[in-house]
Write a protein that binds this ligand. Sequence first.
Ligand code: OSB
Ligand code: MG
Length: 368
Amino acid sequence: MIIERVELRELQVELKFRFETSFGVEQSLRKLLLVVHSDGLEGYGEVTAGTVPGYSYETSATAWTALVDYVLPRVVGQDFATPAQLLAAVAGVRGHNMAIGGLETAFWDLQAKAAGLPLWQLLGGVRTQIAVGASIGIQKSVADTVGAAKRHADEGYKRLKFKIKPGWDVEPLTAVRKALPSMALTVDANSAYALTDTRVFQELDELGLDYIEQPLAHDDLFDHAKLQAGLTTAICLDESVHSAADARKALEIDAGRVINLKVGRVRGHLESRRVHDVAAAFGAPVWCGGMLELGVGRAHNLHLSTLENFTLPGDTASATRYWGDDDIIEEKLDAVAGLQSLPSTGAGLGVTLRYDLIDKLTVKAEAV
Ligand code: OSB
Ligand code: MG
C-alpha cells in the first residue's frame, strides 16, 4: 500500500476528572491524531504520549517533531506491503516509540480495511469481549479513595488499580482492602520508589493485591528482580518494557511476573504481539494498559486485547468516564458489567471520526 498522505492533528482535550499520579496531575491534555491515506482508504492512529514528560520522555510535542521531521519523510510516497516493512523504513529513528506507534497502528487499520477484515482478526485475536478495570488516581483523603473504589466496583469494573506514591500507599490500600475484601486490587507507583523502600512493599504484600505495578525506576530491571525475590505479590512492569527483547530479559531474571502492555510504548501492534508472545512463552500474563486515550487509541487497545494471553483486566475503561459525550468517535466504547466490546463489526479499526468535534478541538494541523 502506497502511503500517499498523512494528516496530523494536535487536539486539546479536557479529562472529566483530575488524574493525580506519582509524577504529577493531568487534566488538560494534548493528543495527536493521525489519518493515513492510501488508495481511497483512511487509517486512523493516535499517539499515546502524554502532555508532559512525566511517564516517558515522549510528549505530544516531541512526537509532533519526531513525526514531521524524521518519521513521515521516510514513509510518505513509499509502498509497504506489511507493518514490518513500514517499521524497517523508520528503524533508523531511535526511541520515539509512541510517535511511531501512532503511525504503525494507523497502517494496521489501513491494511485491515484493504483486507476487509476487522483489525482484531488480522492481529490474531481470539475473543470479542474484553474484561476491563479502572485506574484510580491519588485522591485527597483515604475516605475519598474508599468512595472512589466502591463507586468503580459498583460500576462493574473487574479490577481496581490505585496510584500510589511515597507517603500515600499502605494506608489508603489497607482501607480499600477492608471495604472490598474480595475485589481484585492493584497499585501503580509509576517508578516512585527505590529498593530502600522495600518495607512499604512488604506491607503491601500482606493485602492480597493482584500485582504491584512499576514500583522502581522507569529504566530498571535489575532492582525489580531484587524486590520481586522478596515478595509473594507479582510485580507488573510498565515503564521498563519497550520491546520484546526487554520483556525477555525482564522475565528471564524474574524482574516481574506480569506485563502491562501499551501499544505506543513498544512502537505499535507488531511489537505488542511479540511482547505478548514472549510473555506467553514464560507463562506470564499480559494486560492492556491505558494512556488516557481518545476513541481511536482506545479502539486500538481493545482490538489488541483480543489476543489470547491478555488474561487480566485492562485499563481500557469506559470512554464516557474520561470524556463524557465528547469522545472523537461516533461509536460508544463503554463497558457493560466490566466488559468492553469492539467498536463495530466492520473492517479495520471500526470507528467513525466525529470531524465536527475534532475540528473544534484541533489546535494545530499539518499534512505531509
Ligand atoms: O502508568 O498506567 C500508567 C495514565 C497515563 C500514564 C501512565 C499510566 C496511566 C494510567 C491510566 O494508569 C490508564 C487509563 O485509564 O488510561
Ligand atoms: Mg503504569
